[in-house]
Write a protein that binds this ligand. Structure first.
Ligand SMILES: C[S@@+](CC[C@H](N)C(=O)[O-])C[C@H]1O[C@@H](n2cnc3c(N)ncnc32)[C@H](O)[C@@H]1O
Length: 194
């Protein structure tokens, strides 16, 4: 099944990808993950969404493509150089806030029960500060992470991080969760009402 024939990718994607390749940034999210992010984002009209790890804005443009006009997305990255590509293509979207900082500060600053969707794609809220990140979600809030399926491009240290992550996610009885063997290996969890 050709995903892009089923529903075209976001308009900004091609230009963002061209610049992403130009600077040699390789950690962008693959189209099937982007398509999943778009569907998840569309579940949260009026919602507050957070992406940790803007990269060059690939996942950001998929999320924005799914979001209703009333939703808001905060995307955070520690690297202003890659993030500049996202700024130039997406920065005028009034639903988007682009923040350059260590996402540990973001997670520690955001109030508990204030987010409707998190795409944890920059280590923080995934391999570190996981519990703190999950606390930020409202009941019904969605947590998404990918890159959980072994890949030859992985740096050697990444593989060792996956089993503890999967164990930590599986231990969370306050979430419904599913591992989806899709693209880079995606986990989707939804916070239960207590
Ligand atoms: C996998 S890439 C993000 C890809 C992007 N989400 C996409 O969909 O194309 C990971 C990003 O996390 C960023 N990052 C790593 N550590 C970080 C931290 N402590 N705070 C914020 N961003 C961080 C890196 O600079 C990198 O751009």
């Amino acid at each position: 099944m050709d995903e892009s024939a089923f529903q075209p990718p976001p308009k900004a994607l091609e230009a963002i990808m061209a610049e992403t390749r130009e600077i040699g940034f390789q950690s962008w999210c693959w189209p099937p993950v982007g398509a999943l992010l778009r569907v998840m984002a569309s579940l949260k009209p009026g919602g507050r969404l957070l992406e940790v790890g803007t990269g060059t804005g690939v996942g950001t443009c998929w999320l924005l493509d799914g979001m209703e006009a009333t939703a808001q997305l905060l995307t955070v990255d520690i690297n202003p150089v890659t993030q500049a590509i996202a700024r130039s293509h997406l920065g005028r979207d009034p639903r988007l806030t682009i923040l350059t900082e260590d996402a540990r500060a973001t997670v520690q600053r955001e109030p508990p029960n204030s987010l409707d969707l998190v795409f944890a794609d920059g280590g923080v809220g995934k391999h570190v500060l996981l519990d703190e990140m999950l606390a930020l979600l409202r009941p019904g809030g969605i947590y998404i992470c990918d890159d959980t399926k072994p890949h030859p491009m992985w740096p050697p240290e990444h593989a060792a991080k996956i089993p503890p992550l999967m164990e930590a996610l599986a231990a969370r009885q306050d979430f419904r969760r599913i591992y989806i063997d899709w693209s880079s290996g995606v986990v989707v969890m939804v916070k239960l009402a207590t």
